[in-house]
Design a protein around this ligand. Structure first.
Ligand SMILES: [Ca+2]
Ligand SMILES: [Ca+2]
Ligand SMILES: [Ca+2]
Length: 182
């Protein structure tokens, strides 16, 4: 399978690049002049054929002090880019709210996998989600006995390896569970 599939993938990839070029000539110039990825993929790490489009989004945000606030039901598009990029998003709860953190992406059959973690205000990891699908989710709720105490928390998004690069979309859902007996 690989030969034919790879050829198709490369063709599709080329098509995408052409489309991007037509849509954004300035981006084309940037790529050509800049990073050398244009002639590239000679990078040897096997990850170079795909270049995320959202590398600038919300940076710098690698530390809790520079984390990007994320609010409910407003997905944010960002990217994990080379060099061990980590993206931190902050949110606060009042102690009575169920929370669901979701990060979606295309893992490209695992070659561009992203993992997430929930951190407390001090940066301690409370929970990780590190599967191999195109989505990572962390839910903390009253029903599960995992309700978060009032305070500030962080969603940490990072690549499976320091070489991982990929676009992703992060979202936060917050709800208040019904009182007992209802
Ligand atoms: Ca980033
Ligand atoms: Ca970052
Ligand atoms: Ca993962």
């Amino acid at each position: 399978m690989p030969a034919a599939t790879l050829a198709v993938a490369l063709l599709l990839g080329a098509g995408c690049s052409l489309l991007l070029d037509f849509d954004e000539p300035s981006a084309d110039d940037e790529t050509t002049a800049g990073d050398g990825d244009g002639d590239g993929d000679g990078d040897g790490d096997g990850d170079g054929e795909f270049v995320p489009v959202n590398c600038e989004a919300f940076e710098p945000n690698d530390e809790r002090t520079t984390a990007t606030p994320i609010v409910p039901d407003t997905p944010l598009a960002a990217a994990i880019c080379p060099g061990g990029d980590t993206d931190l998003f902050s949110f606060a709860v009042d102690g009575n709210q169920d929370v669901v953190l979701t990060v979606t992406f295309d893992s490209r059959d695992g070659s561009a996998d992203i993992d997430i973690a929930l951190l407390d205000a001090e940066g301690n990891v409370l929970e990780r989600s590190n599967g191999f699908e195109n989505i990572e989710t962390i839910a903390r709720n009253q029903a599960g006995g995992t309700l978060l105490a009032a305070g500030t928390y962080f969603l940490s998004v990072a690549g499976f390896t320091p070489l991982t690069q990929n676009d992703f979309e992060a979202s936060l859902a917050v709800s208040v569970p019904p009182p007992p007996g209802m």
